[in-house]
Design a protein around this ligand. Structure first.
Ligand SMILES: *Cc1c(COP(=O)(O)O)cnc(C)c1O
Length: 362
């Protein structure tokens, strides 16, 4: 077994090896402070530089306009499921949600605690194997916002076209595909993502929020939950998850060094092209249940001819140094999670293994 496996975990997920090595080197004595990063005060100058650089790198990589704040919060994307309606929705108001799977459903459930929810479109009729057409969605006049999930980590689908919400703020859960492709941030009122898939470790959630959405937010809810306070205090109202933010900065620095979004997007496209072509070219052995126009470049879900073969595939893959390939229990089959830090090399190795397995068992 190699020292490091090809890690296809769905989240937390693999990180770039140079980043892990940098963290290790920095660990006992960060920047000549005589302390590790997690021992610094969150008010210290050295920490302030980390916090600001992580924000600046995100702003630069995603070309985030000046009228957006970048927040680093805790509680995961799941906390945003309730924090969004807690700030923006009241009992007599309606929010529109697009339901494309498990995570959308959880977001909808939380929103219902605060106000009315209209499901503007859903693909539940086909077990979430496709993304509904965005020109056929039914929006509520005067809705507070429209919520969507850009990549469905469990189902294996991804939005390749975003809905047009008009003047209503568009809110998107990008937990599993943020920074994987170029993005027009100006189309969104709020973007959020737990860091542990594409950006870094768990413990920090990135929220990119437009100033007018902060202005729409309530100031009659607990301080920690107020976007207004978190923005005014630059996410330092209380102790920030400093070590997670430091790792986030290292990951962002790494993506910038290798060529920024252009390079990341290109690598992700090449990974998807290779893996889906092996699936499609061998369709009587590997079967993708996902509608072609809805396929995810981050989580590739496929089936084998039998559940026994799927079990054997996962066991043989594990013995050969490929981990994390078991599909989510609600879907079954195989899931290849290949976020930004997974290289084309990893997909080349995996597809070679897949073809060998097919030859031996097909
Ligand atoms: C993983 C995931 C979540 C949950 O994230 P937590 O940070 O664990 O709360 C939410 N949405 C999507 C799309 C995810 O992939």
């Amino acid at each position: 077994m190699p020292e490091r496996i090809w890690n296809f975990n769905a989240g937390p997920a693999t990180l770039p090896l140079p980043v892990l090595e940098k963290i290790k080197a920095d660990l006992p004595n960060y920047n000549n402070t005589g302390m590790a990063v997690m021992e610094l005060s969150h008010r210290a100058k050295d920490y302030a530089a980390i916090h600001a650089e992580a924000q600046n790198l995100l702003r630069e990589l995603l070309t985030i306009p000046a009228n957006y704040k970048i927040l680093f919060l805790q509680g995961g994307a799941s906390t945003q499921f309730f924090m969004i309606p807690m700030n923006l929705l009241s009992q007599d108001q309606t929010a529109d949600y697009i339901n494309t799977g498990t995570w959308s459903k959880k977001a909808i459930k939380e929103a219902k605690l605060f106000g009315k929810v209209n499901v503007a479109a859903t693909s539940e009729d086909a077990n979430f194997t496709y993304i509904p057409a965005m020109d056929g969605i039914t929006l509520t006049p005067g809705a507070r916002y429209l919520h969507c999930t850009s990549n469905n980590t469990i189902a294996g689908t991804q939005m390749h076209v975003f809905p047009d919400s008009g003047t209503v703020p568009l809110i998107c859960d990008m937990s599993s595909d943020i920074l994987s492709r170029k993005l027009d941030v100006s189309k969104f009122g709020l973007i959020y993502a737990g860091a542990q898939k594409n950006l870094g470790p768990s413990g920090v959630t990135v929220v990119i929020i437009r100033d007018d959405v902060i202005d729409m937010s309530k100031d009659t809810i607990p301080s920690m939950c107020q976007y207004k306070i978190q923005a005014e205090q630059d996410s330092l109202y209380n102790t920030a998850p400093t070590f997670s933010i430091y790792i986030l900065r290292e990951v962002l620095k790494y993506f910038k060094t290798i060529g920024g979004m252009k390079a990341v997007e290109k690598e992700n496209a090449a990974k998807g092209k290779l893996l889906y072509s092996v699936i499609d070219d061998n369709a009587d052995f590997f079967r993708s249940p996902i509608a072609r126009d809805s396929r995810s470049l981050m989580n590739v879900v496929f089936r084998l001819p039998s559940e026994d073969l799927e079990k054997q595939f996962i066991a043989d893959a594990s013995a050969a140094g490929f981990g994390g390939l078991k599909g989510h229990r609600s879907v079954g089959g195989i899931r290849v999670s290949m976020y930004n830090a997974m290289t084309l090399k990893g997909i080349e190795a995996l597809t070679e293994f897949m073809l060998g397995f097919m030859k031996d068992n097909g």
